[in-house]
Structure formats: C-alpha cells, structure tokens
Design a protein around this ligand. Structure first.
Ligand SMILES: Nc1ncnc2c1ncn2[C@@H]1O[C@H](COP(=O)(O)OP(=O)(O)OP(=O)(O)O)[C@@H](O)[C@H]1O
Length: 313
C-alpha cells in the first residue's frame, strides 16, 4: 500500500538515503531500524511529505487511487522533534491538535478520555504540559498523533525517553492501533520492543537497506541464527576443540561453556556427536539469535563491506 522505489536524499555532501526500495502493507506494523545517522528520520520526513526525494518515488495506494503523498487527514505523525505547547495544559494541547484535524469536540473528548486512562494520565488534564515528566509528555504527543483516527500512523522513535513500564504501554498502544486497522510505521532503537511488535522491518545503514522482511525471513537470511550453549564440568579439551570445531563458528564463556553458532538446524546432529569429546557435558540449551544480536551482526558485516569497497576504489 506504501511503495518506496529507488529513493535517494542528499544534504550538501551527506547521502542520507541511498536508492532505497521497500513496501509497507496495509494494516501491518513496519519498523525502520538502524544506527544513529542511518537515514531513518530522513526517510520518515519523505514518507510524511515534509521533504521530497532527490530521485525515486514514494507512492501510496488508498482505495483504488495512487497518490504521491498521504493526505493529511489520513496521516498521524509523531515527529522526531516533538512539538507540543509547554505552557498550555495537557487538555488544551490535545483539543488543539484534534481541532486541527477537524475532529469535533465531543468526539475528541471521548477519544482523549480513553487514551488518558490507558496511559495513566487521568487527573493530570489541567496541568501545564511542561510540568509533566519527559515520558508523560511523550505519551501526550502519541495521543495527539492518533486522535483523528488516521489510516496510517508514522512514529519517529515512539519509545524514546520511556521507562520499561511505559515502553510496554506503548507496545500495547501500537498493537491496539493495528487491531483498529491502522497501518503503523515506526523507527526505533529498542530491538526487544520491535521483536514483539513488528510484522516486518527494514534495517538501514548509511542510507542503504541491509535487511528487509519478517523476523523469520531475516533470521533465515542472516545465517548463524541458531545458537547452542553447552556447559561442561570443567575446562574444555583445547586440542579436541581445535581439531573438531574448526568448521564451526564458536566462542567460549569462562572456559567451561561453549557457544556454537549454527547456520542451520541440520548441523545440530553433527555438533552433538562431537560435544562429548571435549569434556563432561553438564547441560545443553538452544536459542534463536534475537533481533538485537542479528542487528549487531548485520551492521558489523555491512560496515566492513563498506570499508572493503572504499579501499578497493
Ligand atoms: N537537515 C539536514 N541537513 C544536513 N544533514 C542532515 C539533515 N538531516 C539529516 N542529515 C544527515 O543525514 C544523515 C541521516 O540522518 P537521519 O537523521 O536521517 O538519521 P537517523 O537514522 O534518523 O538517526 P538517529 O537514529 O540518530 O535519529 C546523517 O548523516 C545526518 O547528519
């Protein structure tokens, strides 16, 4: 429903977004990930129509029409630079933004009451916004983005500045928006939250796409996504380790725990037959590599590829 094709954006000498292509389906939660300066906010600003791509295109399909930008009344946006009025009360802020989107006062009030209760802000309505903590101000800003029941919600770092309890509340908030049929695009650095929420994701680095798809597709693509952890009664036999494990990617924790990274599940059998030759096995556990680890692995490999390419030129 949202289609980004070969989009590039350059600021003076910085290429913020470099020939990026991806699509976002109607009704899904789509996450934009990447290190600081990867180009997420630059991309978000193009998605919401604040800036235009230098080349490439952004198109939005709404009903049977293709548009080059999302109509304002169908868009809810949480900008990177939050923009509320600190001197005004929480209620004045919320009603002001609802009115800007043409929502009637009674409709706005109903929605406001619901979300204030969900975000534990009941009783704070008449306080000036600036007297609220950063996290609470962030929650008010999130409410302003959705008071007009938009079809597409684009949130630049919605978890920023929130404690773990409030991060969970935002996870529930986003899941509820999805349930209501909204399409949600968010940028985030909190991998655990993204892992819980996102249907699909795009990992960017230096303006380029590094990984794209569902968590499972990314896991399959990245390889080494399954880890076996093997605890031994004492130190491992170093000679046997070198002899039998040279073809595997492994590390040792405190000399008596071996962690082996497997490319695929068919290698499990091979590893299990070798393990007793290294010492007395006390326990074995397996786990999928989590998004945080996959992110680090993918960014490291993209950085070293960029360096190799730079050296070759
Ligand atoms: N208005 C601007 N003028 C000049 N350079 C800019 C501008 N906006 C972004 N950049 C540059 O473009 C690159 C991408 O920045 P962007 O803010 O899009 O990254 P980001 O992924 O959102 O980073 P963060 O996670 O830190 O918010 C950076 O090198 C940044 O310095």
């Amino acid at each position: 429903m949202i289609c980004v094709e070969q989009v590039s954006k350059e600021y003076s000498s910085t290429i913020a977004v470099n020939q990026l292509s991806f699509s976002v389906n109607k009704g899904e939660i789509f996450a934009l990930l990447g290190p600081n300066g990867a180009g997420k906010s630059s991309l978000v600003r193009m998605l919401v129509g604040f800036t235009k791509p230098d080349s490439g295109s952004v198109s939005i399909q709404l009903a049977n029409r293709y548009l080059s930008e999302i109509p304002a009344h169908k868009l809810g946006y949480l900008p990177e630079d939050r923009g509320l009025y600190g001197e005004k009360t929480l209620l004045q802020n919320l009603h002001y933004f609802a009115a800007l989107h043409g929502v009637s006062k009674p409709d706005a009030q109903k929605n406001i009451d619901y979300w204030l209760a969900r975000f534990d802000l009941i009783g704070r309505e008449n306080e000036p916004l600036k007297s609220l903590s950063k996290g609470n101000q962030q929650k008010v800003q999130l409410i302003t983005a959705i008071l007009h029941s938009p079809e597409i919600v684009i949130l630049d770092e919605p978890f920023s500045g929130l404690d773990p309890v409030n991060q969970e509340k935002v996870v529930q908030f986003l899941a509820e928006l999805k349930q209501q049929g909204m399409t949600v695009i968010l940028s985030a650095h909190q991998m655990a939250m993204v892992e819980k929420l996102a249907d699909r994701m795009l990992l960017m680095n230096k303006g380029e796409a590094v990984l794209y798809g569902t968590l499972d597709a990314i896991r399959a693509h990245i390889g080494g996504a399954l880890e076996l952890e093997v605890g031994y009664a004492g130190e491992l036999n170093a000679e046997a380790l070198q002899q039998h494990f040279s073809q595997f990617n492994y590390r040792l924790n405190k000399q008596c725990t071996l962690v082996v990274s497997l490319e695929n599940k068919s290698q499990v059998n091979d590893v299990l037959t070798i393990l007793p030759q290294l010492g007395q096995v006390m326990h074995i556990s397996s786990r999928n590599m989590d998004l945080h680890q996959m992110y680090l692995k993918a960014i490291e490999s993209h950085q070293s590829k960029s360096i190799r390419q730079g050296e070759a030129q």
